[in-house]
Design a protein around this ligand. Structure first.
Ligand code: GLU
Length: 361
């Protein structure tokens, strides 16, 4: 038995000259059911609320203002679910809608609730269909792309494989639409290394999707760090999903890291939305990086942004590189006050306890 998370992008769901939206969803549902009958468990992360909402309203272009987008998402999300429901029902399976916002993952408790609900649905053989709650989420609260969301969902249920279905067949060294010398990258063993290399990541695949190569790489990094294999594949021909679920590989495969991090660390590193930053000195960075220490106030050089106690923050070392994240036990105001009034400590207060601190790879 394998747990799969399948992310389907808007550009595919809007259909093409070969496949209408309905045909695509029908074919995907068929492949998912075949895999379920072999004993696998599957979560779908489906985009398309805005893209299908525009189709329903006869709009040829996506509006730009947030209020229209939120209202369109309300129309499209219902339609999207009705299609999944219709086809899954034909095969005798139930679907469940899960709409998440970034703030739902900001507390460990609601993150665990989402994870437990997903697992319960999988136990009941229901197919969860997840999307970002676009009708509620504003820019501040949004992931904005379902690539990141799909990786967080995959880590929250300890999935085995994540499939990112999009409108490009694999990763290339440069944009193949513009550069005839672009070479394919079919296996990635270190996503971080690839992100740090010069691979162009700015391009979007189509005007309808919100992600692009950058968000796919970042999703792959989150998932592989938690031991999940990631396939990037061209989903415009829906048969690809059937083949991948049956053991074939996507155009680019991101292999799981040898050294994985726990679900809690992954949540700290990727799901939380940092509210501020702490810049710390060399000694403190060294103690955090190499000695498994907590961050003491004596090591803090500078505080950026405004945060309350128990809110997540970024941690920068003396070279200005963000190397860790954690949950501050003191507010920014408190830290600044103590630093300004009392610079000699008999026993320095803990600013971030080790248990809620994660080093970024
Ligand atoms: N949540 C958005 C939607 O359903 C799509 C996000 C994405 O394209 O990644 O329209």
């Amino acid at each position: 038995m394998k747990i799969w998370v399948i992310k389907i992008g808007t550009s595919i769901l809007r259909g093409s000259k070969d496949y209408s939206t309905k045909m695509i969803i029908k074919e995907y549902c068929k492949s998912i059911i075949e895999a379920k009958k072999r004993g696998d468990k599957i979560i779908v992360v489906s985009s398309g609320a805005v893209g299908l909402g525009c189709i329903r309203l006869g709009l040829e272009q996506k509006p730009n203002d947030i209020n229209s987008l939120q209202a369109i998402a309300a129309i499209g999300q219902g339609y999207l679910m009705s299609l999944y429901e219709e086809y899954m029902d034909k095969y005798g399976f139930n679907v469940a809608q899960i709409l998440l916002t970034r703030s739902d993952f900001n507390s460990r408790k609601s993150h665990q609730n989402a994870s437990m609900t997903l697992k319960k649905l999988l136990d009941w053989d229901v197919i969860p269909i997840v999307n970002e709650n676009d009708t509620i989420a504003d820019e501040e609260l949004k992931y904005g792309d379902n690539d990141t969301l799909s990786a967080l969902v995959a880590t929250s249920v300890s999935a085995d494989q994540l499939v990112l279905l999009t409108d490009i067949d694999k990763l290339y060294s440069s944009d193949p639409r513009e550069d005839s010398k672009a070479t394919p990258i079919i296996d990635v063993h270190n996503t971080k290394e690839l992100i740090d290399s010069n691979i162009p990541t700015s391009g979007e695949f189509s005007s309808w999707g919100t992600g692009g190569i950058k968000t796919k790489l970042s999703a792959a990094r989150i998932a592989t760090e938690s031991g999940i294999k990631v396939h990037l594949a061209d989903g415009r021909d829906p048969k690809i999903l059937h083949d991948i679920l049956d053991g074939a590989r996507g155009g680019t495969v991101f292999h799981p890291q040898a050294k994985t991090i726990t679900s809690r660390k992954s949540w700290l590193a990727h799901a939380l939305h940092p509210q501020g930053s702490l810049h710390i000195d060399f000694g403190a960075s060294n103690a955090l990086k190499n000695k498994g220490a907590s961050l003491l106030l004596v090591g803090v050089k500078e505080v950026e942004g405004s945060f309350q106690s128990n809110q997540p923050v970024r941690i920068f070392d003396s070279d200005g590189i963000e190397f860790a994240r954690g949950i501050a036990s003191l507010s920014s105001e408190n830290i600044i006050n103590i630093l300004e009034t009392d610079s000699t400590f008999e026993k320095s207060p803990i600013v971030i306890h080790r248990d809620v601190l994660v080093l970024l790879n």
